[in-house]
Design a protein around this ligand. Structure first.
Ligand code: FRU
Length: 534
């Protein structure tokens, strides 16, 4: 900014000082986060390649987010842990890279915990602060190239300054790959109250292994889960195991998230889950959940194609109690070729996961975090109105539909097969549709004509669908559109669907469509959302 003042020419060519909004060649920040397709209220790195969220923990008022990061290119490469913090899960501050590759390998996905009792002995006596310990996978590229099978193992690093700087433990690896399992990665660690030990969930090719430790350094194999359950169309990755209260009861069940690539419900990567109990040693499926995941069947956390490798925050205080989740908003089918130049990929919105007993059995519901409401600026109320054909809402709403939140409640006559939903489009004739078919009880997301799609033949080859779980009479769509993404939380989060798209200019028209019948928009709210980058 100092430079901007010194070099300000007589004729203003744009700056933040005189109040004009033209981009300034002197103020690089003013240009950032304004590139085509750049999400405005989702986390994305300033530049270069990002994939999985890693090491999320909460400590002293800060939500930490680390992520798989390659600072030298916008395609995947030697993995580092990038780092950002937020006080409200909405605005993010970028921090320097936390973990760099070293002689043991690249730094793959993993988790971080606050070691409150200094069980690791890695604490700093004088500071009185508990150490933060990160547990991650080392991936040794040389060993892989040399044809060895033990190229993945687990290491730890610790921080004494609220996650700002990290020291790798000198006796790494703490969990070597003695059985030589080629896919042996993504440790997610939590303190288990019941058995009073650290428990790690670790992906091992086609199943999840559980390990325990008293000090985060020595690990003991507890049990395995999953070979015979769920979907196995691809390798299992990024597990997360946590207890959660069943909504409206005092019963606790355990949820095990497992990402899988490929094999997702609409192609490529996706996250399945299991509901059961964990006794400190074994994870056992709930009797009612077994039939749901028998014979290569899965229940998916999100049916869209762009919510992968998501896990939950550790160390959320008990009196808060939320189970906070974030995923990577892309898919290995095409992540490295999506048409963004400066950076590649964003995270999903942070979500609260709840476990609900529905008529179809236990289901994990996803809810956008409440703090996103602070981004709302203009609000428009919609309905009640009956719709057959299309209803153009662009003028009624009066702000850009490309950056908004929309909550719609529809009434559908029993027995109709109406296909209805929201359509975004632009002057180029590109369009994206997300909605519901009342006849098939399927939600759908159609990006087949959404603009730039030719970069991968796996990107726009199908319309994505998700089964409706709720038996409620009215159909409620809660939607977030952020330039190049749509997130649907249908029926209070019972069905989630996240998809990205790349229109060649921002979508500027919004319509409700109703084909094959009529629907009534009973009520609705549209909110313009401010961008999070200042
Ligand atoms: C999931 C994943 C992880 C691995 C990381 C590497 O997207 O494949 O299993 O640790 O990405 O970047």
């Amino acid at each position: 900014m100092k430079n901007a003042i010194l070099t300000l020419p007589l004729i203003c060519i744009g700056c933040a000082i005189c109040g004009c909004n033209a981009p300034s060649p002197y103020n690089k920040d003013a240009l950032e986060y304004s590139e085509p397709h750049r999400p405005q209220f989702h986390f994305s790195p300033k530049e270069k390649w990002m994939n999985d969220p890693n090491g999320m923990f909460f400590y002293e008022g800060e939500y930490h987010l680390f992520y798989q990061f390659y600072p030298d290119s916008n395609v995947w490469g030697p993995m580092h842990w990038g780092h950002a913090v937020s006080k409200d899960l909405t605005h993010w501050e970028h921090l320097p890279i936390a973990l760099y590759p070293d002689s043991l390998g690249y730094i793959f996905s993993g988790s971080a915990v606050v070691d409150w009792k200094n069980t690791s002995g890695l604490g700093h006596g004088a500071s009185g602060q508990p150490p933060i310990v990160a547990i991650f996978t080392y991936h040794d590229m040389e060993a892989e190239k040399a044809g060895r099978s033990d190229y993945q193992c687990q290491g730890i690093a610790f921080s004494h300054d609220k996650g700002r700087t990290w020291t790798k433990y000198e006796e790494n690896p703490v969990l070597p790959n003695l059985k030589q399992i080629r896919d042996f990665r993504d440790p997610k660690v939590r303190w288990d109250e019941r058995s009073e030990q650290w428990v790690m969930a670790l992906a091992a090719y086609d199943h999840i292994q559980f390990w325990s430790s008293s000090d985060l350094k020595k690990w003991r194999h507890l049990s395995d889960f999953g070979k015979e359950w769920g979907v196995h169309g691809g390798v299992w990755e990024c597990p997360d195991l946590f207890p959660v209260l069943v909504e409206g009861t005092n019963d606790t069940r355990w949820v095990l998230l497992v990402s899988i690539n490929p094999g997702g419900p609409n192609g490529g990567s996706a996250t399945q889950y299991f509901v059961g109990d964990f006794d400190g040693q074994h994870f056992k499926l709930d009797d009612s959940f077994e039939p749901l995941v028998r014979d290569e069947k899965a229940i998916w956390l999100d049916y869209g194609r762009d919510n992968y490798a998501g896990v939950t925050w550790s160390d959320i205080p008990n009196d808060d109690g939320r189970r906070l989740f974030m995923g990577w908003m892309s898919n290995w089918d095409y992540a490295t070729v999506v048409p963004t130049a400066v950076w590649r990929s964003a995270m999903t919105l942070p979500r609260v996961l709840t476990l609900n007993k529905t008529s179809a059995g236990y289901r994990v519901f996803s809810h956008p975090v409440e703090t996103l409401k602070q981004l709302r600026t203009t609000t428009r109320r919609l309905g009640p109105i009956e719709i057959t054909g299309t209803l153009d809402l662009t003028k009624t709403i009066g702000f850009s539909p490309s950056q908004m939140e929309l909550m719609l409640e529809f009434e559908v006559d029993p027995g109709t097969a109406v296909d209805f939903g929201v359509e975004l489009s632009n002057a180029k004739g590109e369009r994206y549709r997300i909605g519901c078919n009342a006849g098939t009880a399927l939600y759908s997301s159609d990006r087949t004509q959404s603009g730039e799609v030719a970069f991968s033949d796996k990107f726009a080859n199908t319309v994505h669908t998700a089964p409706r779980v709720s038996a409620d009479k009215n159909i409620r769509l809660h939607l977030f559109f952020d330039v190049s993404s749509a997130e649907l939380f249908a029926d209070n989060g019972a069905t989630a669907l996240t998809d990205i798209f790349f229109p060649s200019e921002n979508f500027s028209t919004i319509k409700i469509y109703a084909e094959n019948g009529k629907v009534k928009l009973a009520k609705g709210e549209a909110h313009a959302l401010k961008r999070i980058w200042r």
